[in-house]
Design a protein around this ligand. Sequence first.
Ligand SMILES: [Fe+2]
Ligand SMILES: [Fe+2]
Length: 171
Amino acid sequence: MTSLLKQPVVDAINGQVVEEFTASLQYTAIALYFDSETLPQLSGFFHLQAQEEHMHAMKLLNYITEAGGQPIVPATKPVKNHFESVEEAVALALNQELKVTEQINSLVSVAVRENDYLTQQFLQWFVTEQLEEVSSMSDLLNIVRRAGKDLFRIEDWLVQNPHEAAAGGAA
Ligand SMILES: [Fe+2]
Ligand SMILES: [Fe+2]
C-alpha cells in the first residue's frame, strides 16, 4: 500500500522499537531478581512494567503497519541480569526511563523535521506516558532509599499504593 510515512520516520520508529523491547526484557530480568529475593510486590511491579514496554513496542510496530511502512521486529540490546541490591536495580530502571524519554524526544524531532504531523500526533501519547513512567520510577527509588535495609517497608508501600504499581498501565 501507499505509505504515509517517509523512510527516515519509519527508520526512527523501528529504532525505538528496539529500545522498548529491550526495556521489556530488562524489566523482566529485574522482576526475576526480585522473585529470587522473595520480594513479590517489587517483582509484580516489574513484571507489569515489562508487559507495558512490550505493549509500547507493539503500539509502534502497529502504527508503522497501519501507515503503510515496513515494521521490523528486532533483536534486542544486552540485558543486565545480576544485581547487588534493590537500589541498584531500581536506579537502573529509572535511568532507563530517563534514556527512553530522551529517545522519544529525538523521535518527535525527526517527525518535526520531516513535516510529519500524523506521527507527531501519534507520538504525543508516548511523550505523556514518559512523564508517568519517570515519575512513578522516581517515587519508587525514593521509597527504596528511605527504606534502607528494611525491604518490607518497600513491599508494604507497594501494597498501599496500588495506583503506583499500576502507573502507566491500562491508560
Ligand atoms: Fe516504554
Ligand atoms: Fe517505560
